[in-house]
Design a protein around this ligand. Structure first.
Ligand SMILES: [Zn+2]
Length: 336
């Protein structure tokens, strides 16, 4: 904790204007906590571009008042807890370890893109699936944007990117001379579609073969904001060598937003991934798959508490509803 406070004090002296900071606000199930199913995060660039990273199971509906304007929606992979095969019944419903969620007929990602007239930035395979969901909801598909790799936001009508791993989408505010650069990067995970969102014939066919429908590779993102903050959004991933070669050496990410979890083994490899491979100035922990906090503080004996101790860089929890401000060098200067 001491390490965090010292770094904030030093950064406050060095940074002249809060207007140059990126605002990061996690949206989860229980106010003031980091809970098991929390994933959704809103990023706001100093130019006003607002990005929602993984709709997840965290919104009460596409019009959840906590979300506000969204210009770009990111979708890291097809698992229901990211695409949104359920919605949160109500803020605070259920427990922090198991928030109360309701199955929805269509992916929340599709509902949100329509509601917000936003740009969906994801791989072509995943964007195609969401476009089909949009057609089922409103009778009209989600078109590719006028440019498949860039948009001035807000766009007139919802649309989708057309690119794949390594592709870069630039979202620029109408009155800005620089845009936010969003690159799709590798994640070491799987990308099967939630069965509840498949039509019955497809579901039966797959089940007869004990198979799953995979929509290309799962992903993470590197988002370079206009103040220089370069955020690596891990998606769900195990440790992998591109963390050093692509995320660190090529993109020079200075903030890592790391999804925790048992399945990809990152509970155990997170410290090496951060300390040796990516070496960011700061880390935000999310997707804990456990009630990570109680009264806003890390729960003793939790995976999350142990990982905070193991990571060298200042490490912040994605506390639901708390807005953190980051400068261009990847340091939290307010709200952490
Ligand atoms: Zn997940």
């Amino acid at each position: 904790m001491k390490k965090v406070c010292v770094s904030i004090a030093l950064t406050l002296i060095a940074v002249p204007a809060f207007a140059q900071n990126v605002r990061i606000t996690p949206i989860g199930s229980h106010p003031g906590e980091l809970c098991a199913n929390d994933r959704a995060t809103v990023f706001e660039d100093p130019t006003g571009v607002r990005i929602l990273y993984d709709v997840a199971h965290n919104l009460t509906g596409p019009d959840d008042p906590r979300v506000g304007d969204v210009h770009v929606v990111l979708l890291s992979h097809m698992h229901g807890d990211h695409l949104g095969d359920r919605r949160l019944r109500a803020v605070g419903a259920g427990t922090c370890a198991n928030s109360e969620r309701v199955l929805v007929p269509h992916a929340m990602t599709a509902e949100v893109v329509i509601e917000k007239d936003a740009v969906l930035v994801t791989t072509r395979a995943m964007a195609g699936f969401v476009a089909n969901e949009v057609r089922e909801i409103r009778g009209e598909s989600l078109p590719i944007c006028a440019s498949p790799v860039a948009a001035t936001v807000p766009v007139d009508a919802a649309c989708r990117s057309s690119m794949d791993l390594g592709g870069r989408f630039v979202a620029t505010a109408a009155d800005a001379d620089r845009g936010v650069e969003i690159t799709i990067v590798y994640a070491s995970h799987v990308n099967n579609v939630s069965a509840s969102l498949l039509d019955e014939a497809q579901r039966e066919l797959l089940s007869a073969n004990g198979a799953q429908l995979e929509l290309g590779p799962p992903t993470g993102y590197v988002v370079r904001f206009t103040n220089g903050l370069t955020a690596y959004l891990s998606g769900d991933t195990g440790i992998h060598s591109e963390m050093r070669t692509v995320i660190n050496e090529y993109h020079n990410a200075n903030l890592a937003v790391l999804n925790l979890g048992n399945n990809p083994g990152i509970y155990y490899s997170a410290a090496h991934a951060m300390n040796e491979l990516i070496q960011p100035a700061s880390v935000i922990l999310s997707h804990p798959n456990e009630a990570a906090t109680e009264n806003g503080r890390p729960r003793a004996q939790s995976h999350t508490a142990r990982i905070i101790e193991e990571i060298d860089a200042p490490t912040h929890l994605a506390i639901n509803g708390r807005t953190m401000e980051f400068n261009g060098r990847g340091r939290c200067v307010n709200g952490c």
